[in-house]
Design a protein. Structure first.
Length: 131
């Protein structure tokens, strides 16, 4: 079963997305803040992470940066799902290594599931190293 880690601080949204992913036969784990997200990502090694940006304790951008720099999680597929819709935020997500960026107000539950399946189906492209 495919494991998804849902990183979202809004309890209602977390429950809605968790239920939908479970209905689509995903094994769902969730985190409500950045510290919990990092801990679970390393311990549980999910196949894909759905990551909010505006999170308590550690921001989603910092989580993404840390996950990409950590050997155990550097190749984990990550979709940012955020209310932030500025081009600069989307570009920052891509620069830090997100596989996709969805704007919450523009993505339905079905869109999120479809994008997740699309990202899972393709090989992970590693960010070129700066050396």
């Amino acid at each position: 079963m495919t494991k998804v880690l849902l990183v979202e601080d809004d309890v209602a949204l977390r429950e809605i997305y968790s239920a939908r992913f479970a209905a689509e036969n995903f094994e769902v784990s969730s985190a409500g803040d950045g510290e919990e997200a990092l801990s679970k990502a390393i311990a549980e090694k999910p196949d894909i992470i759905i990551l909010d940006i505006m999170m308590p304790k550690i921001s989603g951008f910092d989580i993404l940066d840390i996950l990409r720099a950590t050997p155990e999680t550097k190749n984990t597929k990550i979709i940012i799902m955020s209310a932030l819709s500025q081009a600069s935020d989307i570009e920052k997500g891509a620069r830090l290594g997100a596989d996709a960026y969805l704007v919450k107000s523009q993505a339905t539950l079905s869109d999120v599931i479809d994008k997740t399946n699309e990202i899972l189906a393709r090989p992970r492209k590693e960010k070129p190293s700066a050396s």
